[in-house]
Design a protein around this ligand. Sequence first.
Ligand SMILES: Cc1cc2nc3c(=O)[nH]c(=O)nc-3n(C[C@H](O)[C@H](O)[C@H](O)COP(=O)(O)OP(=O)(O)OC[C@H]3O[C@@H](n4cnc5c(N)ncnc54)[C@H](O)[C@@H]3O)c2cc1C
Length: 599
Amino acid sequence: MGEYKVPHRDIRFVLNEVLDISAHYSHLPDCDDATPDMIEAILDEGGKFAERVIAPLNQVGDKQGCLLENGTVKTPDGFKEAYQQYIDSGWPSLPHSPEWGGQGLPESLGLAISEMTGTANWSWSMYPGLSHGAMCTIEQHGTQEQKETYLTKLVSGKWTGTMCLTESHCGTDLGLLRTKATPNDDGSYSISGTKIFISAGDHDMAENIVHIVLARLPDAPAGTKGISLFIVPRQLPNSEGEAGESNHVSCGSLEHKMGIHGNSTCVMNFDNAKGFLIGAPNKGLNCMFTFMNAARLGTAIQGLAHAEWGFQNSYRYARDRLQMRALTGTKEESKPADPIIVHPEVRKLLLTQKAIAEGARAMVYFTAMLVDKVTHSKNTKEVSEADSLLAFITPIAKAFLTELGFEAANHGLQVFGGHGYIAEWGMEQNVRDSRISMLYEGTTQIQALDLLGRKVLMTKGESLKQFTKIIHLFCKENTNDKKMDEFIKPLNKLNKEWGSITMKVGMKAITNRDEVGAASVDFLMYSGYAVLAYLWARMAKTAQEKIKQGTNEEAFYQSKITTARFYYQRLLPRTNSLIETMLSGADNLMSLDEESFMF
Ligand SMILES: Cc1cc2nc3c(=O)[nH]c(=O)nc-3n(C[C@H](O)[C@H](O)[C@H](O)COP(=O)(O)OP(=O)(O)OC[C@H]3O[C@@H](n4cnc5c(N)ncnc54)[C@H](O)[C@@H]3O)c2cc1C
């Protein structure tokens, strides 16, 4: 059976030593409660909860799955009790405003807890994860009354939230959605329609479920301009504000799916259910973007989670499993064979996972700090810069990290050989569970279009320039540091190349818009490797400085430098082939007649 140990040392390396999170918090208004002692206590307690309570339920959830019994969804054994412990400890309230019962701590600290619970058991952590997105939406766009009624309950964890966008004929293209919202005399709306694939749509873990639903008003314009957003509770609040009478919302069935079995994926029927408008009519998609951005960063963590889980377990296995002798001669005389970690190709599988997991951790927290700035800073210039960087990096973090997380999970299985394919070790579950991350919250293809089309080309490259400037300054600061040459030289080259390939794609797109689509995923992946190269160079620099200053943890820092070198020499060269394919043009994709794909 697989095991998860919170990588406390690595989390602290990224948060404290690379990103200097304490200085970041002390600079932001309302974040001064997040003192170094407080951060330590939160990480310690979060770690214990993830390891002791949630991790042991990971395989149980996969085996049992969820059951629909008499119209209610029953979650796997232990899920409900673990959730009660989670809310008793106040975890859902961590990053939310004290006005609604929250602790007012920075978002990045909440995400560190999500990393731990998510790696321990992704399916379980989706229940509070979806609530978090619902809370962000109501916090930003809800009325005072909606906040008092729903937000306080969500922040306490007594109620959970969902996100109801998808319908059977409409996934990516939300403009097609048909769910109807008819105005009632009392100012509420009657919501009718069926939503599919709704994560945590129904379950037995909380007293009530608050659905955030996209629907159309009777006179709404067609397409995305005619979508409004509603709060639709499973049970309507009674006069005391508690879950009262049922609200014509039901789970029609549960989807049978490839992975994340412990999370209920529901077909949700809204049959004249009472709903309450959030934000302005027909502006639902704008409000929903709040939800989606929070959810996208949450999904980026899923890439990190599966890479970390697979890495930890395959590393342990590779040191135990004895097969064949090392090519350079016997390493363990006393044993009948050497452990497989001596073989170069096994090491490649392990180091790829390590470089992805640790790099992803740096990217997630780097991005989370931008969220902190956007939500807490009072300096308008700082907010606007952080906001545009966040808009640029979110699709990269979501799509690139989940693509790499899946690759890493697959490598983890490969290290186990045939035993990886057998359920007992949990490696095949890790691969199955990771696969969804590239699909929901906008597929990789959609994130790629968002990045290249909206974020880069539509801003005439401004957001990209903002990021390449950060890299440029870092390279400049380290240009005379000979020990950093192996990172700074390729990083500088990559940074210049990033601008020039964008120009080339942009020029082609002037005459043919398909050029954008045809280059988009390669461009996103290239961008991901570039961002990670910058973060690995920063991690190497921090490690070198620590060694220079003198440390009793030299092996840890040396391991960082060696992993950075592995990343630069073995993974970063993938950018060369990405440039070639990206610039090969749309013709090799579009010239084949649709009828001629198959004979
Ligand atoms: C387990 C699970 C949980 C989910 N949870 C939720 C949830 O909680 N709430 C919710 O509302 N939804 C949820 N979803 C739905 C999920 O967000 C959608 O499945 C996803 O957005 C894709 O939509 P689709 O499946 O209809 O695929 P489609 O939109 O039909 O896309 C099919 C393929 O076409 C590609 N494609 C489409 N348009 C373009 C384009 N313009 N350019 C390039 N490629 C394109 C897509 O990338 C994809 O590969 C969940 C789905 C699953 C499987």
